[in-house]
Design a protein around this ligand. Sequence first.
Ligand code: ZN
Ligand code: ZN
Length: 459
Amino acid sequence: MNRHLSEMTLAELTDPAGIRCACGKIHRCGLRYFKAGPGAVETLPEGLRRQGRTRPFVVMDEHTEAAAGEKVRGALRGAGIAFSEYVFPHREGKMEPDEWAMGALAMAFDPACDIVLAVGSGVINDCCKVLAHTCALPCAVVCTAPSMDGYCSNSASMIQDRLKVSLYNACPEIIVADTDILATAPDIMLQAGLGDMLAKYISVCEWRIAHLVNGDPYCEEIAGMVRACLKKIVDQADGLMRREPAALTAVVEGLVISGMSMAFAEISRPASGLEHYFSHLWEMQALRQGKPSDLHGIQVGVGTLLTLWIYEHALNLEKPDAARAEAMMRGFSREAWEGTMKRIFGPVFPTVAAISEKTGRNRPETQAAHMAKIEAHWDEIRAIIREELPSRDWVDGLMRRCGMPRVPADLGLTVQDTLDALTGSREIRDKYLTSSMLWDMGLLAGTAEMLKRDYPWEG
Ligand SMILES: [Zn+2]
Ligand SMILES: [Zn+2]
C-alpha cells in the first residue's frame, strides 16, 4: 500500500480484491457500487446490472415510501426491471428492528427475487441485511436520510428477545444516496447523522487505549480514514443543516466510509465507544419500560458530550493509583454487584452474568492485569487523549449551532438513567470501554458521583 486509506477514492476502497494494509491485514468490504449526489437514484438500475441482479425485493415503510418510493419504482420500471415490494404498514410508535419486523418480511418475501433492496435508513436497512443474510442473497440500499453510519457496516443493530444485539452479516453491495431524497429528511435525522459521527472522536481514542490496555487489534490506517470522514463532516455541518447538495453528498459519503471502517476492522471499534453504550443502555431501559427511544445518532450525540466530560474531569485530574484500585477490588461484593445489575438490567441480568463469567472481568487477576497495563502506558494514554479529543465546549457549541439535543433531559432521560447507563455500560458486551478502564482504576463509582454532582445537566 503506497497511499493512505484516508486518501483513497471510493473505487479503490471498494476493490473486490481488498487493500493490503500496513497493519499486515487485507481490508475489504462487500460494497461494490456507490453513487451519491443529485439524481443518484437514476443510477440504481446500472448498479443492479453491474452486479448481475435482475429482480429486487423492495422494502420500505410509509415514510420512506413517501420520500423515495415513486422515484425508486420509476427508476426500476424505466429500466424494465421487474420487482416485488413490501411496505411496512403504519403502526403506533416507532418501528423496531425486532422479531415482528423480521416475521413480516419473511411472510411477504418473494422467492423469485435475487436481491433485497432497502429503501430507508437505520431500521429498514438493518432488517434488510438480516433478511438478505437469511435468504443467502445480497442486499442494496437507497438511502433516505444521512442519519447514521450503518449503511455500509457488516452488522445489523437488532432487538432480539427485547435485548439490543448486533447481528453480523454482509454489508450491502450497492448503495445509492440521492441528495434530492436526502434533502427531504427532517432536521432530526440530519442531526442524528452528525451525532453518530461526533462519536468518532471518542471511538478512535478509546480504540487506541483498548489496544494498549486490553490488547485489541488496532489499525492506524483505518483510524486515519475515520478521522478524515469526521473532519469532512464537521466542516460541512452548517451546510448540512441548510441542505446544500454538496454538504449532503459529503456527509453521506463520510457516513458510508465510517461504516466501511467497521467492515475493514472486522470490529465496531473504529466507530463505536462508550458514547454508543450510553445509547444502548438507554434503549434497553426504554424497551423494558415500553417507551420509544430517540434516534440512535441523537442519543449518541448526547453520550458523546457525557463521555468528553468524563475524559476532561475524571481522567484528566486522576492518575493510576494502585492502592485505590486494589481497595476497590477488595471491596467488590458479588452480592452487591448482582443487586445493582439486576436493578439496571432486569430480565436481561442472566446475559450480563454470563458475559461477566466468560470474560472474567470482575475477577481480581483480570483487574490487576489491566491496571498494570494502565500504569505502564499512562503517559501514552494521556497523549492519546490529548491527540484525539476536542474540548467538550467546542463540540457542545457545534451541536448547539445545529439545534441538536445536548443533555439527557432533552431526550426525557433522568440523571439516574444516565448514571445507570454508565455503570452498566462495561457489562453488556465483551468490549473494553472507557468505563471499563475507570472501573479497573477504582474510579467508576466516583465518576458516577462526580457526574451526578457536577455535570451541566441543564445544558
Ligand atoms: Zn490495516
Ligand atoms: Zn452509531
